[in-house]
Structure formats: C-alpha cells, structure tokens
Design a protein around this ligand. Structure first.
Ligand SMILES: Nc1ncnc2c1ncn2[C@@H]1O[C@H](COP(=O)(O)OP(=O)(O)OP(=O)(O)O)[C@@H](O)[C@H]1O
Ligand SMILES: [Mg+2]
Length: 267
C-alpha cells in the first residue's frame, strides 16, 4: 500500500488539541487518528476530558490550541450544524431529545435541519416539497424499523424509560447518515443484558452502514468487546493507545484505574 492510500484511510485526525476551563486543563496536547470504518474508543476516569474531546470535534467547544481534521476538512472553526452536515452524528451523555415530541417527530425535526427547504415551495406545498417530505418520512421510518422502534413511532418521548430514549437518540443520529458516529456513554444506565445487546447493535451498525464509530464508555466489557483500538485519557492527556489486548495489559492504564479504585480495565 502506498503512502497516499494510508493517508486516505484516516477519517478523523486530532492534532495537538488543548482546552482549559479556568485553571483546569480538560484536554492537553491530544493527538490521535481514527481510521475509516473502525470502532475507536476513548476511555479514562471521570473528568479525564472524554466528553470535552467530543464537544470539540462536534463544534460545541473551540479548542485553545490544535486542529480537528475530518475527511480532509479542517473543522476547527466550524459550527455544530456545519459539522453535522459534513457527516458527524452524535449522541449525548445526557439525552438531548425533544421530550414533548413523538419518536418520529424527533427524527423528522433532525432530518429537516438537513434539507434545504424553499419557503414559497413550503407554502404552496409544491410537488417537489411533497416528494421530499415523503422521502424523509420513509427514510425516518426505515431507521426506526432498523432499531426496532417502529411500533413506538407515535409515542411521546417522555413516556419511555431511559434505555429506550437512548436507542431513540441513536436512531436520530443515524438518520442523518453520518460518516462518523460519536457515542458518549451509550451504555450508561443500561443493565448487563441491555449493554450486551447494545454491543452487538453497535458492531452491526458499523457493518451495515459502513461507518466509523467513536465511542466513550465506562463499561469495560463493552469497550473491550467492540473496539478495534482504544485511547486512554487521564487528566486530559493520552496515556496509552492500542488494541483492547494491549490496553488491558498496559501497566500505566492498570495503575490509573486501580489507583482511582474505579473500574477494572481487565473486566
Ligand atoms: N463547560 C465546562 N466548564 C467548566 N469545566 C468543564 C466544562 N466541561 C468540562 N469541564 C471540566 O473539564 C474536565 C473534563 O470534563 P469532561 O466532562 O470532559 O470529562 P469526562 O472524561 O467526560 O468525564 P465523565 O466520565 O465523568 O463523563 C473536568 O474537570 C470538568 O469538570
Ligand atoms: Mg463525559
């Protein structure tokens, strides 16, 4: 394989990213590269900077220094909606759904943000607009069906327990047809069986949609099971990177986790 091909495989490149909040260095000189079609996880203790990295990639925070390159585009100065349009979809650590809308409405609202609507056309309900609406609705229903949510399509979000709301948020992110899907603690609040099902689903999504997945997760069984590669953060700094096996056997990583008496990385 020549050098150009190797470079082409990098979908996301973080270069020397730093961001402080007051005196706290949330992310410190972080560089990493995510290949197309891999499942790449970022792990680390609470407050290590994982969500901050996601917020920088998706444009919610501007880094103090460094760059984010996605599909050969520099995202560093882009706004969240521009980044979403370039092909980065995400879910949030704390759900960000419209709780008073139905499942289908949540997906439709997200998809409409992606469609250029013409005001006059909207008013007159031109044939083109009607066709577009129909297409959006069909695509949204197909995603709901894929995630076994079709029967719940007309139910208002606030009626669902947390695990189902997480699945709905995943549907919404997928409906925008991202090249890169960013998941922040998708197993948070799920029980062991639900977490296992989600692990299977994440791998299936990666295969079926041919996408790249960037995952933050505290559940080590899921991380070790689904990830191609893992990066470990501690106090905003990368302390290790490698395959699940390499990370499980990395002394520095074991010390960080055992030292904080939090999670056993060898789980
Ligand atoms: N908007 C903010 N304002 C001030 N401090 C912040 C902000 N966002 C994050 N921080 C701080 O930055 C550090 C990293 O936080 P971050 O949320 O990225 O950690 P995390 O690795 O996602 O943790 P967790 O596993 O608990 O979700 C923490 O010290 C946090 O308090
Ligand atoms: Mg977080």
């Amino acid at each position: 394989m020549n050098e150009i091909n190797i470079k082409d495989q990098k979908l996301l490149i973080l270069k020397n990213l730093s961001l402080s909040f007051g005196g706290i260095k949330a992310v410190s000189n972080l560089s990493l590269e995510v290949n197309s079609h891999e499942i790449f996880s970022i792990i680390g203790p609470n407050g290590a900077g994982k969500t901050t990295v996601f917020n920088i990639i998706s444009g919610f925070y501007q880094p103090d220094a460094g760059e984010v390159l996605f599909d050969n585009v520099n995202l560093t100065k882009c706004r969240p909606h521009e980044i979403a349009k370039l092909g980065i979809g995400r879910t949030f650590q704390n759900l960000e759904l419209f709780s008073k809308l139905t499942v289908l409405e949540n997906i439709l609202v997200a998809k409409h943000l992606f469609v250029r609507t013409n005001f006059i056309g909207e008013l007159l309900k031109s044939e083109k607009v009607i066709k577009e609406e129909d297409k959006i609705r069909k695509e949204s229903l197909a995603i709901l069906q894929y995630l076994n949510l079709e029967e719940s399509k007309d139910i208002v979000i606030s009626n669902f327990p947390f695990p189902i709301q997480k699945r709905i948020e995943l549907a919404r992110a997928l409906a925008l047809e991202p090249k890169l899907l960013i998941l922040d603690e998708p197993a948070g609040g799920l029980n062991i069986i639900e977490t296992k099902e989600l692990s299977i689903m994440i791998k299936k999504i990666q295969r079926d949609f041919h996408i790249t997945i960037l995952l933050v997760e505290h559940d080590m069984s899921m991380v070790m099971n689904v990830s191609d590669r893992i990066c470990v953060l501690d106090y905003g700094e990368k302390i290790a990177e490698g395959t699940p096996k390499e990370i499980q056997n990395n002394i520095k990583v074991i010390e960080v986790y055992l030292g904080k008496e939090e999670i056993d990385v060898r789980a």
